[in-house]
Design a protein around this ligand. Structure first.
Ligand SMILES: [Zn+2]
Ligand SMILES: [Zn+2]
Length: 260
């Protein structure tokens, strides 16, 4: 304990980093674990429909261990970024507000969808950048080792990608005023959606990509195509930027029909 006290005195980011690692770690392991074990167990059945391109004999168990190891490193990086942001005073310089009376209740609830839109925009462009040959090998190749991802691929990043992903999420609290509880709700829902996007099953109705509203929503099917082809469908929650930038490709798992 004396050693830990000495360490935290010398490195004040250690305590906040420790709490952030616990929060990110427990949340991720519970949600991804439940998805992997019960909802979409090893691509061998479960809820929802099979995704296109998964070979009949594919055994997710051969890949989940590697994805989980990379995910644990990512959680450490996320925790360290949070610890440094907190201990060096950057949180105080952000637009994070702690007193609920500082902003109206409607802003609290509106800030959550706004965070999804902001994050989707930042994610899309970071993702496009990481697919440039210069950055792909050093940052993004680890994530694409999962050609048919499992739920544990959601955080399966190289540490440099984990750092970039943590920074773009942190950027949000410097762009719009956010209450910590709204930020927690956003990050938890984001984790759920990210894990759904990698779980190997589809829960949305068929023909989603042809529906007037559904065509703007990113799906597990669309992200599976991204992993399969190594390009197209760069968004996280929405297809907005993919459709605007002509990088959208969605395929119904049943008809194999391509729509853009
Ligand atoms: Zn990618
Ligand atoms: Zn992915």
């Amino acid at each position: 304990m004396l050693l830990f006290d000495a360490l935290t005195a010398a490195y004040p980011f250690l305590w906040p980093a420790f709490f952030a690692v616990m929060l990110y770690g427990i949340r991720y392991l519970v949600i991804a674990g439940a998805m992997y074990l019960f909802v979409a167990p090893a691509h061998a059945g479960g809820w929802g429909r099979t995704l296109p391109g998964i070979p009949p004999g594919f055994d997710a168990r051969q890949h989940a261990g590697r994805e989980l190891r990379h995910s644990l490193v990512t959680i450490l990086v996320f925790g360290l970024v949070n610890g440094v942001l907190y201990s060096c005073g950057l949180i105080k310089a952000s637009l994070l507000y702690f007193r609920p009376e500082d902003h109206p209740v409607w802003w609290f609830w509106l800030s959550i969808p706004l965070m999804f839109m902001l994050h989707d925009t930042l994610f899309y462009w970071l993702h496009r950048l990481m697919h440039l040959p210069l950055l792909f090998g050093t940052m993004h190749r680890v994530h694409h080792r999962s050609v048919h991802p499992t739920a544990f691929a959601a955080y399966s990043f190289h540490p440099t990608e984990a750092l970039a992903e943590a920074l773009i999420v942190s950027l949000i609290i410097f762009i719009i005023p956010v209450h910590p509880l709204a930020f927690l709700i956003f990050q938890t829902l984001s984790t759920v959606y990210n894990i759904y996007g990698h779980c190997g099953r589809e829960f949305y109705p068929e023909g989603m990509n042809a529906h007037w509203l559904g065509r703007w929503i990113n799906t597990s099917t669309a992200h599976a195509i991204h992993h399969l082809k190594g390009r197209m469908n760069y968004g996280l929650y929405f297809m907005f930027w993919d459709r605007v930038m002509h990088t959208a490709e969605a395929r119904s798992p049943d008809t194999e029909a391509h729509t853009r």
